[in-house]
Design a protein around this ligand. Structure first.
Ligand code: ZN
Length: 281
C-alpha cells in the first residue's frame, strides 16, 4: 500500500480545481469524438481520461496563431486531444519544459542546415508540416493537424510525430531513445530499433517498398517519431512489419492500439458492418 504523499495530493487537488473551471465543453468534446477520437477505439475510461488530460494540457500550454492568425477553441481542442493520446498512460509532466505551440494555417518554411559528404554546410529553407524545438515551442500546420486530413495517408499524424520528439527530448537532444520505464531494457530497445532502422535503410537503398514511411530513415530520432505515429494510426501495419518495434512502443506508451481495434471488431454490429475508420492496412 502506498503511503500518503502530500505533493501528489496537492497536485491532484490543484488539477481538480483547474478542471472545474476549464474542462473542454461536452458539445465540443462530442464533436471531437465523432471527427477524430472514435478512430482510436478508446474505452469509456480512456475517453474520460483523454478529455481530462486534454483540458489540463490546454491549461498548461499556450496555442498561438502564427502572425495574426486567430486560434479557435475547436483548433485548440483538436491539437490537445492528439497531443494527449501518446501520454494517456504516461503523465502530463512528460511535456514539461515548454509551453508554446505555434499554429500555422498550412505548411511553413523553416531554416535548415545540411552538411554534405565533403563537410560543406548548406543553408536551406525547408517546407515543414511540424517542428519541435528542444526546450522551445512546438510548431504545427493546421492543414496537416486537422481531423479531415486523415483521408490523405494512413499512418500520418503530425501532432503525435512532434510530441514524440518532445518525449524523446526529455533526456537530452532527440536521439530516438526517450526515458524508458524501470521495467524496460534499454539494450533491448537499442537492439530492436537499430535493427529495424538498418532494415529500412537497406530497403530504401534497394528501392524496395517500405512498410514504414521512408522519412524515418533521416535519423534515429525521426525513426522513433515516425513509428510512434504509425503505432497509433496504423498499428496493424506496424505490428505486421515490425512486431518487435511495436512491442517496445507498447511497453513505452503503455498502450496497445492494435488490441483496441481487435476489441472493437469483436463488438461490431450483428449485421456484419465494419466499425468506422477501422485501420486494416
Ligand atoms: Zn520529425
Amino acid at each position: 500500500m502506498r503511503g500518503f504523499n502530500p505533493l501528489r495530493w496537492w497536485r491532484r487537488r490543484r488539477q481538480a480545481r483547474l478542471l472545474c473551471r476549464s474542462r473542454i465543453p461536452l458539445p465540443l468534446w462530442q464533436q471531437l469524438r465523432r471527427e477524430l477520437i472514435d478512430h482510436y477505439h478508446l474505452s469509456a475510461q480512456e475517453h474520460h481520461r483523454l478529455r481530462r488530460l486534454s483540458s489540463l494540457f490546454l491549461q498548461r500550454k499556450q496555442i498561438v496563431g502564427a502572425g495574426d492568425q486567430q486560434v479557435t477553441d475547436y483548433q485548440r481542442a483538436v491539437i490537445a486531444a492528439q497531443a494527449c493520446l501518446p501520454i494517456l498512460e504516461l503523465d502530463l509532466s512528460d511535456y514539461d519544459g515548454w509551453t508554446e505551440i505555434i499554429l500555422y494555417p498550412d505548411a511553413f518554411y523553416a531554416p535548415h542546415e545540411r552538411i554534405d559528404e565533403s563537410g560543406l554546410v548548406h543553408r536551406q529553407q525547408r517546407l515543414l508540416d511540424g517542428e519541435a524545438w528542444d526546450r522551445g515551442p512546438l510548431i504545427l500546420s493546421w492543414k496537416d493537424a486537422r481531423p479531415s486530413r486523415r483521408h490523405h495517408r494512413l499512418g500520418d499524424n503530425v501532432v503525435i510525430h512532434e510530441c514524440a520528439h518532445k518525449l524523446d527530448m526529455q533526456n537530452g537532444a532527440a536521439n530516438g531513445i526517450p526515458p524508458l520505464h524501470r521495467d524496460m531494457d534499454r539494450r533491448e530497445w537499442t537492439r530492436v530499433f537499430s535493427a529495424s532502422y538498418r532494415r529500412l535503410l537497406r530497403q530504401i537503398e534497394r528501392h524496395r517498398h517500405t512498410a514504414i514511411d521512408p522519412y524515418a530513415a533521416e535519423s534515429p530520432a525521426e525513426f522513433f517519431a515516425v513509428v510512434s505515429e504509425e503505432f497509433f494510426e496504423a498499428p496493424a501495419r506496424l505490428h505486421q512489419a515490425e512486431p518487435r518495434v511495436y512491442r517496445q512502443l507498447r511497453l513505452y506508451y503503455r498502450q496497445d492500439p492494435l488490441s483496441r481495434i481487435l476489441r472493437s471488431r469483436r463488438w461490431q454490429p450483428a449485421d456484419g458492418g465494419t466499425p468506422r475508420h477501422a485501420v486494416l492496412a
